[in-house]
Design a protein around this ligand. Sequence first.
Ligand SMILES: *Cc1c(COP(=O)(O)O)cnc(C)c1O
Length: 385
Amino acid sequence: MNTVLNRTVPVARPSFGAAEEQAVLEVLRSGWVSQGPRVAEFERRFAQFVGAREAVAVSSCTTALHLALIAAGVKPGDEVLCPSLSFIATANAIVYAGAKPVFVDIDPITFNIDAQRIEEAITPRTTAILVVHQIGLPCALREISEIACRKNLIVVEDAACAIGSEYEGKRIGSPYSAMACFSFHPRKILTTAEGGMITTADSEVAARLRRLRQHAMNVSDLARHSATKVALETYEEVGYNYRMTDLQAAIGIVQLDKLPQMLERRRDLAARYSERLSKILWLVVPSETKGTRHNFQSYMVRLRPDSPISRDELMQHLLDRGVSSRRGIMAIHREAPYRAERWDERLPNTNLVTDHSVVLPLFYEITEEEQDYVMDCVEEIAREK
Ligand SMILES: *Cc1c(COP(=O)(O)O)cnc(C)c1O
């Protein structure tokens, strides 16, 4: 708690209102709570928003990535390139598909996979590149898809954080890759509590994804329900139960209506942060690269290596004043399941960013008073040092 605001400032908080409550109630009263008409509507609306031909809803972004890699043809024994500077689900999904994640270092300014380092990581076993638009800033999709095309690799986008972000004037989710996967976890901009979405321009891929999420059944519940002739289902491969529920989709539909204003608010808040914090010499504030539009899923600052204070000192200083922050993005190669290979020496920029970055509070309903207080606290420690 802090004495100025008399409350603590969380790092993120989802925004739900009466419309979400009403939407959930309607689904409960309809009697159809699992994957059904609301999921189908959410998919249509989502595809329209991002400008993709197809959108397939699933239970999370992690399960979206798993299915996308299967649909991309990734098989046991394959290698898939990805950044280590990401949430661990990025690499776990590759392991679920039986393949091996091969970590490529990042660019320390964009926090995204360094396109210059991709070719040296390719081996005869490499079949795909799983790119991440880290905390909402699109990676170099054009350069990466050009390399992939030349080397006959498939690109899948971990767009968990990239809803509403733009690349060369188009929203992420339109066809720069085979598939893009989004997250609706409460830490993300649009949330359905848990949930994910895969977008693709390929209708056959979408049809396979729709089967795979539902035990690989060839007839969906919705199709069976509306059929006038008896339809007996078959199961042509091993599938999964990765369905989204209609309860979640109903929340998602309402959140999609609010999304443009949520995105605009985040950009305004990020600009307010950068205006003041860029004056602190030991901090690097986030920037957009040419042709990209950030959605500021998170507002992450990086402390320069010669900073007078450590990342942990800054976080403690904030916490003592009632402000929650989070360490920046993790480095997957440091966690137990991925530690066996000596990645550390090959990923200097990943190590630099993971050790020196902090996520500051940013969410739709944060007040300017709260945000000013966060900045006062950062400036206070800057003056002391
Ligand atoms: C949040 C996140 C995920 C996982 O999303 P879930 O919906 O929680 O499974 C995967 N990758 C990245 C980059 C994320 O930020």
